[in-house]
Each structure stands twice: as structure tokens, then as C-alpha cells.
Design a protein around this ligand. Sequence first.
Ligand code: 6PG
Length: 250
Amino acid sequence: MKRVVIDNRRQALIFKTEEEAYAFCAETFIEQAQKAVSARGSFSVALSGGSTPLPVYEQLANPSTALLVNWSLVDIFWGDERCVPATDPESNYGNALSFLSIPPLDQAKKHRLIGDAPDLGKAAADYEKKLKTICSKGCLDMIFLGLGNDGHTASLFPHTKALTESTKLVTPNYLPEKDLWRMSLTFEAINSARSIYALVLGRGKSKILKRIFFDEKNIDELPGQNIGTEEHPAYFILDKKAAYGLGLKC
Ligand code: 6PG
């Protein structure tokens, strides 16, 4: 693995293959879980949606790995959710649940972000209350994020209202370009997590990644640029394909 410091709030961890990146994610999850449980008696993590992280959840469900975590002390949240029922193939919760229902992962407490609630504002407020009850001040131990080709992360899409939300931790977010609603943690919640990881894989993401790392900061245009702070730096877990063209000599 090659570690590259991007700036004072972001590092890139570049792996030869996506398999190595997945293995690192699973190892890091276990390490952070064990650290949190020994320090605070529990572990809170927000999972990302989309397709990239699914092999990580599969690895965590692998019997040899699963036994390394006391899942009864784990609280699983989601960084964002589509506004669909949990049984919909689009549901981030539903897709992760296929792995999180495998013993002993099924002992974890899973907190679904209710994207198909009749009142999204109330659902977001209720989720925020839960987050603040379970994690002191709503600070997660760990958050996994992805990056879309348009530079979004979680459901914080370019030119959307949620990007400027500076007090709430959870909010509905209307996406005018897609004419649909999403539910998302805000950057307040994302950047208060004790450990922040963004898993970005494949050549298709290399172009947007270069903009996220090296373009002038413009969060409205490139929300993913806002991942990580000096206090809570973000680690971008990449394979060589995603790191292509970054000029990072990896
Ligand atoms: C979602 C995600 C989103 C995702 C990116 C990347 O609900 O879609 O949470 O932020 O991480 O869109 O998605 P892929 O991993 O499928 O490329």
C-alpha cells in the first residue's frame, strides 16, 4: 500500500488491486471496532451505500473475520438512503442487510434511515435524535463513504441545499437534477466522526478523484472536497485504477 498525503486533512491509501483495498477496509473496520469497544464499550459506524462497499460487507460476514468483532456492541447507521422501501433493490439498507443478517453480524443493532417515511423531515429529526442518544454529541466512531462520478458523497449532491446545512446532522435532500428526494447525513455528522474513510475504486472514478483532490475548493460543485478536517482527517482508500492520473507515483 502507498500512503500519500494530499493536504492537512486528507490522505490517499493506494492499493495495487481492489481486493487489497477491500481487505484493508475489513481489517480497518475490525481494528476500529475493537478500539472503540475497549475505549467506550461500544462501536458506532455509518455505512455508505452504492455498489463499491458491498464486497467489504461480504468480507466482514466471512466466519474467520466476523468472530473478531463483538457484534452485540455494534450500532450500524447509514450515511444516506434512497427514498424507497427497504425491500427495494435501490435500498442501501436492504443491500447491506443481505450481509448483516448473517450470524454473528445479525447481533448488531441496525438503525435504518427511513427513506420511505411519509414525513422525511420528521424521519431525519428522529434519526438525528437516535444518533445523538447512541453516540455522544452524535459523533460516530467510524464512517465509510463513497464518491459519485459527479463528486457527491453520501447523498450530498452538487448544487443541493443540504451542502450548506451547518447545524443538523441528518436531513432530507431534494435533487433537482434527478427530481427526487434522498436522506443524508450532513457534513456536520460526517466530519465529526472519529475516523473517516472514503472507498473509491476503479478507473471510472479517477477523473473525479483528481478534481476532488486538486481542483480549487468549490463544495457546491464538488461536495466530496469537503470530506475530512484537520481535526478529523479523511483517508481515501483507492486502488491503482482510481489513482490513475493523480501523478502520485504509486
Ligand atoms: C448512494 C451512496 C453514494 C455512493 C456513491 C458511489 O446512496 O448512492 O451512498 O454516496 O457512495 O454514489 O456509488 P458506487 O459505489 O455505486 O459507485
